[in-house]
Write a protein that binds this ligand. Structure first.
Ligand SMILES: [Cu+2]
Ligand SMILES: [Zn+2]
Length: 186
């Protein structure tokens, strides 16, 4: 009885085929290990005690940065500091659990027009006489994916205005709303 054997003349081809499978396997593995490409995110704002604030902040990746849109109700008329803080933890009643401004590059606090600023420095959101605030900006610094992603961090709205210069956080006063930034599917 003859056993199955591969003809010697085809050895190079078999070796090439196996190498091809190995290369394909590694390409698939490396691709699977890459971080998910995140194009949209959302933060639903929760009010601090003694306030009645609610709102939504959306983040949308575009060809020239991340488009940030916010609609917030229940504010006092005027400017309110508006930032991304380091921790997605709104559990403390004064929202101090969200930590300081998200600052992966160790820059000083500044306004959104400054090149060197905290990544979380979004500036101010202005509320009208009815206490409704609208914010709309394109931001070329905020990252939705990668190791410097803002996903899982928090958006904070302050009682007062961010003066864009005082360290370390613009002297914007108490934290009156907090929302954790999560991946959005719509
Ligand atoms: Cu803040
Ligand atoms: Zn800051």
């Amino acid at each position: 009885m003859r056993s199955f054997s591969i003809p010697k003349s085809t050895y190079p081809l078999v070796a090439l085929g196996m190498l091809g499978m190995l290369v394909t396997f590694f390409i698939v593995m490396v691709h699977a290990a890459e971080a998910e490409d995140i194009s949209q995110a959302v933060a639903v704002l929760h009010s601090a005690q003694g306030h009645n604030i609610d709102g939504t902040v959306t983040f949308q990746k575009t060809s020239n940065g991340v488009r940030i849109l916010a609609t917030i109700k229940g504010l006092t008329p005027g400017k309110h500091g508006f930032h991304i803080h380091a921790f997605g933890d709104c559990s403390a009643s004064d929202f101090t659990s969200a930590g300081g401004h998200y600052n992966p590059d160790g820059y000083p606090h500044a306004g959104p027009a400054s090149k060197k600023r905290h990544m979380g420095d979004l500036g101010n959101v202005t509320a009208d006489a009815d206490g409704e605030g609208h914010f709309e900006a394109s931001n070329d610094y905020v990252a939705l994916d990668g190791s410097r992603s803002v996903i899982g961090r928090a958006v904070i709205v302050h009682a007062g205005e961010d003066d864009l210069t005082s360290q370390p956080s613009g002297d914007a006063g108490a934290r009156v709303a907090c929302g954790v930034i999560g991946i959005s599917g719509q």
